[in-house]
Design a protein around this ligand. Structure first.
Ligand SMILES: *Cc1c(COP(=O)(O)O)cnc(C)c1O
Length: 367
């Protein structure tokens, strides 16, 4: 049996007629940049999230950068985020001219260690960017309390957590704003780059929308210099079609995760992922940990099973952040995890047989 890490083709085939029809409409209407299809998606996504505003942008990295700019985070400011994420999270902080301050993750949920946040707050701290990594919500109650005590902006990086739930509310609705990526492999993925910022704050939404479109109010009436970070019509139309299926797809991801948990339970050599208390994860990734990570990865590859590592070098340990002068032992959990994590395949199109095959091979490896 072959188990790819993802199967976007199977997903396309399951909704092919609707997608093809949507693409045709965009082209016939020449609605290439923003336009009616993008606006329709923005309205539907805001509604699904239960927020007032959804501002589409070109990708999830821009979404973070523009959100930070909207809150006037810039030179002289510090922004706290987690040591284990994709570089886009910290990159956005640097791009607006602020300084990134990393916090280690927790050993069980691999989410930002809320106990460590307070010790990293200084007079310069302006914002916290929690990441709902792997689709598992960060501990928002703790984060919001800290943020309120220190008057900090909270921007949720929800790139991996579309419609995840924390204590009965969607993640992405807790902070002052949240950002999304619709990169093709994300739980809600476009057929190219796309992203969005959601917020209940009209002023933030308005600024973000203008910034992403050259700071314009009219066609050639620019109130400030912004950028070109617009979602294109084809992506808007695709996302609008796919959003209808997201709930069903998420339920299947949760089914796959539950089956992994059942079939891998009791293996002493493997640590299974834990969900944050009170949360319901949407399982963008299923990340197990083992001391024999590299051997297991090679063994599974030989068995036709593709796996991934997210991420093999924790952010503070990257060459890109050498200038901060951190040592791996400054972030003991993230640094240990980078050598032990392994992402098993998880996607809605995975069958029970595929999960059984993967878990069978994992058990075989350890026996
Ligand atoms: C994918 C991702 C991003 C960036 O999104 P792009 O659309 O690829 O720019 C940001 N943060 C996290 C956690 C991500 O996984």
């Amino acid at each position: 049996m072959q188990v790819p890490f993802l199967n976007l083709k199977a997903q396309y085939l399951s909704i092919k007629d609707e997608i093809d029809e949507a693409l045709k409409s965009v082209i016939q209407d020449n609605a290439f940049i923003r336009g009616e299809f993008v606006e329709e998606f923005e309205a539907t996504f805001a509604n699904a999230m239960g927020v007032k505003h959804c501002v589409s942008v070109a990708n999830g990295t821009d979404a973070l950068e523009i959100a930070l700019r909207a809150f006037q985070v810039g030179p002289g400011d510090e922004v706290i985020t987690v040591a284990n994420s994709f570089i886009a999270t910290s990159e956005a902080v640097t791009r607006v001219g602020a300084s990134v301050v990393f916090v280690d993750c927790m050993p069980d949920t691999m989410s930002i260690d809320t106990c460590e946040i307070e010790s990293k707050i200084t007079k310069k701290t302006k914002a916290i960017i929690p990441v709902h990594l792997y689709g598992n919500p960060a501990d928002m109650d703790e984060i919001l309390e800290i943020a309120a005590n220190h008057n900090l902006v909270v921007i949720e990086d929800s790139a991996q957590a579309h419609l995840a739930d924390y204590k009965g509310r969607k993640t992405g609705t807790f902070g002052h704003a949240a950002t999304f990526s619709f990169y093709p492999g994300k739980n809600l993925g476009a057929y190219g780059d796309a992203g969005a910022i959601v917020t209940n704050d009209y002023k933030i939404a308005k600024y973000a929308r203008m910034y992403a479109n050259h700071g314009r109010v009219g066609k050639y009436d620019h109130e400030f210099e912004g950028s070109n970070s617009r979602m294109d019509g084809l992506q808007g139309a695709i996302l609008h079609v796919k959003l209808k299926y997201l709930k069903e797809w998420t339920t299947r991801r949760q089914g796959v995760a539950a089956l992994y948990r059942k079939l891998l339970g009791g293996l002493d050599e493997v640590i299974l992922p834990e969900v944050t208390s009170g949360a319901s994860a949407v399982w963008h990734l299923y990340v197990i940990r083992t001391k024999k990570r590299d051997e297991l990865k090679a063994y599974l590859a030989k068995k036709g099973i593709q796996t991934g590592i997210h991420y093999p070098i924790a952010l503070p340990n990257l060459k890109a952040y050498q200038y901060l002068g951190h040592q791996p032992q400054d972030f003991p959990v993230a640094s240990l995890n980078q050598d032990r994590m392994l992402s098993l395949p998880i996607y809605p199109e995975m069958t029970d047989e595929m999960v059984e095959y993967v878990t069978g091979c994992v058990r075989e490896f350890f026996s």
